[in-house]
Design a protein. Sequence first.
Length: 257
Amino acid sequence: MRSAAVFLISVIALIAPLTSAATVYLAGDSTTAANGGGSGTQGWGEFLKYSLNIPVVNKAVAGRSARSYTREGRFTSLATQVQAGDIVVIEFGHNDGGSLSSSDNGRTDCPGNGTETCNTVYNGVAETVLTFPAYLQNAAKLFTDKKASVIMSSMTPNNPVELGTFVYGPSRFTGFASLAASRTGSSFVDHGQYTANFFKSRSIATVNSYFPNDHTHTSPAGANVVAAAFVRGVLCGNNPLKAHVKNATSTVEGNCI
């Protein structure tokens, strides 16, 4: 009987690490989401799984901003799935700009980088709109309260060669994402800069081919490059996802910034 009990304990010990493996969740917009912006485009989140040794669940949704993702309850819903040890990557910015003074599209954030708020009416419902960093910080708390880790990722670039020469400068949302990371003790990956560096190393014709329909949404080949740029950023940083990259560092394109 004693030997059977020891055997059972040994089996449980072997199974436990397999059942407690972390999962990566992605929260973002069409540049990350499955099927991207439609019409044959693809989000980079669909290619991340090929570089990791843990599962990736892509919860990015086209057309969303940090504000609309919050208002629709998507961060809250995601938090019900997240478990201790999981990793959540948050990347927004493409849909967060605009102005609340003319008409409210339901996505624009309140100007500022702190606790500023704006009052608006969207779809007939009064809404208090927060700043971009505030939405990210609130989301991070949902996940860290579950003992999960959070990586704030800067938004990907629009086509930097669409005018015939390479031009890239970080959006204000890059700084906001970094600020939210520092305020919440989260990691930060400057995905935008790493992607821009990858694009800069390629020909103008090649980069243009990555944007078949507009200057925002990538082809599958382009999404694969954008995913690789994220992996390079992960490997160059100090974050919980680094240990789960299965590519040898020497095989991953690019240099640290």
